[in-house]
Design a binder for this molecule. Structure first.
Ligand SMILES: *Cc1c(COP(=O)(O)O)cnc(C)c1O
Length: 408
């Protein structure tokens, strides 16, 4: 139905709700059924209706794969049991000795997977924002460039088109981890990337209740190799997880609008706040990669990081003080989260080139009312006595300003 959707000229929001999700032909059910059957009847040997065994293919998984592939403007989508399982599948495309160039500000688990599991692959952590320096010093054995944009946790934005052009001149594959932007804000395949990977656990699922991964590719032979490993190594998601992710995807566009506008409200508070040293948000004109973000993204995302005055101790104190922002790892869901990357999500990068400042705080700004989020951060930063949730200023729904997109 990806093709039909394109023929119909459906917009992203419409595709998210309808592609791969026709009413069930057997019953008319409007919601894609959760197909729990592990095996499927064959009329004669090898004659079946497209499914044989649920590791190899499952109807609920097909619905998810078809839908998210369309959103990423990809010919093929593959879903996995986790983001790291998806990444592992991609890294298995490489022969031993193939170098992975990794941005020097990447998700800690990606760094751990490459440096400690795929030990036959040499890697270098490089500054992907400096394309000229990279071009001048390109390692000859590079087989793959692995980029995140915006990066985690410093939200640096890499020019996908420029890096892809350089990598392709040297015959290397370009993988973009699109977890932070989502296809609602950025579609890397249209900018020249070869492979898009997601932790579907984050914005795609969007409700902190499912762990999943996703890979989108347009190239048929890459898709075939990935599909082989997906089945042969078997890190597939359960049908219920596919259902939950698909349910999340239906509201992705709507959620991203609110994540972005709420992030702006939070940034407005943080910029110039006496407790704050520096704010990292791609919309800020002096942010590393702002120009790339403005060029390749529809809006700037729901993640905000900032360093505080007073070092690690002060950062740890602040993250323990918020009431509405929950102190927890992960990101990308409806509820706002706060964390201390150096001791939490990025602890495994300590001592490596990917180490993060220890006075850094990362926020995953949720879709609550912006006034409540700002009030909570204000009390946590101000060092005032805890007021409790009820102390947050509440505004009646009728008085609330519209929170629609006001991006570039
Ligand atoms: C969480 C995350 C991953 C890993 O995904 P899991 O679903 O936790 O396995 C990869 N990349 C980024 C950017 C992430 O935030």
């Amino acid at each position: 139905m990806g093709e039909r959707a394109a023929q119909l000229g459906w917009a992203f929001e419409t595709q998210a709700i309808h592609v791969g999700q026709e009413a069930d032909p057997a019953t008319g059910a409007v919601v894609t059924p959760i197909s729990l059957s592990t095996t499927f009847r064959q009329h004669a040997v090898g004659q079946h209706q497209g499914y044989e065994y649920s590791r190899s293919g499952n109807p609920t998984r097909t619905a998810l794969e078809t839908c998210v592939a369309a959103l990423e403007r990809a010919g093929h989508g593959l879903s996995f049991a986790s983001g790291l399982a998806a990444e592992d599948n991609i890294l298995r495309l490489l022969a031993p000795g193939g170098r992975v160039l990794l941005g020097n500000d990447a998700y800690g688990g990606t760094f751990r997977l490459i440096s400690r599991v795929h030990t036959a692959l040499p890697w270098s952590a490089v500054d992907l924002l400096d394309v000229d320096a990279l071009a001048a010093d390109w390692p000859a054995d590079t087989a793959m460039v692995w980029l995140e944009t915006p990066t985690n946790p410093l939200l640096r934005c890499v020019d996908i088109e420029a890096v892809a052009a350089l990598a392709h001149r040297h015959g290397a594959l370009v993988v973009v981890d699109n977890t932070f932007a989502t296809p609602a804000l950025q579609q890397p395949l249209t900018l020249g990337a070869d492979v898009v990977v997601h932790s579907a656990t984050k914005y795609l699922g969007g409700h902190s209740d499912v762990v999943g991964g996703f890979v989108a590719v347009d190239d048929d032979s890459l898709a075939e190799r990935l599909r082989f490993t997906q089945n042969a190594a078997g890190a597939v998601p359960a049908p219920f997880d596919c259902y939950l992710t698909l349910r999340g995807v239906k509201t992705l566009a709507l959620r991203m609008e609110r994540h972005c506008s709420n992030a702006r409200a939070v940034v407005d508070l943080l910029v110039g706040h006496p407790s704050v040293e520096r704010v990292y948000y791609p919309q800020l004109p002096d942010h590393p990669g702002h120009a790339a973000a403005a060029k390749q993204m529809n809006d700037f995302g729901g993640m905000v990081s900032f360093t505080v005055r007073g070092g690690a101790a002060r950062a740890m104190d602040i993250v323990a003080r918020t009431e509405l922002f929950t102190l927890a790892e992960s990101l990308g869901a409806v509820e706002s989260l706060i964390e201390h990357p150096a001791r939490m999500t990025h602890a495994s990068a300590a001592g490596s080139p990917l180490e993060v400042p220890d006075n850094l705080i990362r926020l995953s700004v949720g879709i609550e009312h912006p006034d409540d989020l700002v009030a909570d951060l204000e009390q946590a930063l101000g060092g005032s006595v805890r007021t409790g949730r009820s102390g947050c200023r509440r505004v009646a729904a009728a008085e609330r300003p519209p929170t629609g997109r006001s991006g570039p």
